[in-house]
Design a protein around this ligand. Structure first.
Ligand code: DAH
Length: 349
């Protein structure tokens, strides 16, 4: 029996050297040490031994068992190490490989324009404020000196949601909102309001949604905020935002919330004043409405027109953007063609 045990041990230790992976090793463990394993079988035959032999053989079997177990454990560790190494090798990352290009979006040119305008006016001490796009008739028209039934309401075709609510047709609504905000404690105001506006237009040169940027400056009358200040402000605005080789022209016009009112033209950016199809041979292109704030607007919104006064202006932003970047057709701004948008990433702002 002793020889039999030694034989099992010899064979087992040899096999441990030969196994190729942890599965084979496990099979070996079951075959030798398991319930029906070779060594266990030998122990079963102990009954036939002389009583004084039994402890000796028992001792030997236990020793052999732990020797085999130790070797199996050692081999197991070796396999685990090798398997881990193989895995690491397989998953190795080559940090010298060039990275995949990450696709990034592009800022829309109108948004670039808004940022440019904000930077300029903030540098001149203005605040940037916003107001609701779903506006009341009261703020969009009535408080701007446009009572119901006023013929000038026909200047803007509106999207009404209810009798009282509409999508704002002009950022001028925020003039009234700002004045009303301070009505109990009137104070100087210097704001710009970039934002979306909506009109029921569907011809080829207009969109039903576009952007404007209202401007409002209010101060004590004794500080003489005048037409000259409006002109100076708009000159800086045009030079900074569109280009410094352009002239301005003030044409008398009519808006219910300003008196006097003007439409302001700039030299056509395409022909530089010579006359072309874009400017309809006039050499000028209209960019904004402006004027001195009407006393009724001040009065209706809690500012005493004998004490306070100022100017307002409201350019459309799509046109300005087209001038700045030389975009020939407004529809490019709405189709969101990524090839079009990408071009502006390369432009210096
Ligand atoms: N809100 C006017 C429009 O949409 C533009 C405008 C004209 C704004 C005169 C003003 C202004 O602030 O003073 O046509």
């Amino acid at each position: 029996m002793k020889e039999q045990i030694e034989e099992i041990k010899k064979k087992a230790l040899q096999k441990i050297q030969e196994v190729k992976d942890s599965k084979e090793l496990n099979d070996l463990r079951v075959n030798v040490l398991g319930k029906k394993g070779e060594l266990t079988q030998v122990l079963r035959g102990m009954g036939s031994l002389a009583p004084e032999e039994r402890p000796k053989i028992g001792d030997l079997v236990n020793k052999v068992k732990s020797q085999i177990e130790m070797q199996i454990e050692k081999a197991e560790k070796e396999f685990a190490k090798r398997e881990l190494e193989a895995k690491l090798e397989k998953e190795k990352i080559d940090i010298t490989l060039p990275s995949e290009k990450v696709k990034r979006g592009s800022k829309h040119p109108v948004n670039r324009m808004i940022e440019k305008i904000e930077d300029l006016f903030v540098s001149m001490g203005y605040d940037v404020v916003s107001g609701p796009e779903l506006e009341t008739d009261e703020y969009c028209f009535e408080r701007l000196n446009l009572p119901k039934g006023h013929p000038a309401r026909d200047m803007q075709d509106s999207f009404y949601i209810t009798e009282e609510h509409l999508l704002r047709t002009q950022t001028s609504s925020v003039q009234a909102r700002t004045l009303m905000k301070y009505k109990d404690n009137p104070q100087p105001i210097r704001i710009i309001v970039p934002g979306k506006t909506y009109r029921k237009e569907d011809d080829a040169t207009h969109s039903h949604q576009f952007c404007q940027c209202e401007g409002l400056v209010i101060d004590k009358k004794e500080n003489h905020v005048s037409l000259a200040d409006l002109k100076g402000t708009l000159e800086i605005f045009v030079k900074e935002v569109i280009g410094d080789n352009l002239d301005l022209r003030f044409r008398p016009s009519y808006f219910p919330f300003t008196e006097p009112s003007y439409e302001v033209d700039v030299t056509c950016f395409k022909c530089l004043g010579k006359g072309c199809s874009l400017c309809k041979q006039t050499g000028w292109i209209e960019i904004l409405g402006a004027g001195i704030v009407h006393p009724n607007v001040l009065k209706m919104n809690g500012y005493d027109p004998d004490v306070w006064g100022g100017f307002a202006f409201g350019p459309g932003l799509e046109r300005l953007t087209m001038f700045r970047y030389g975009i020939p057709d407004m529809r490019y701004l709405y189709t969101n063609d990524i090839r079009f948008l990408k071009q502006f990433d390369r432009k210096e702002d």
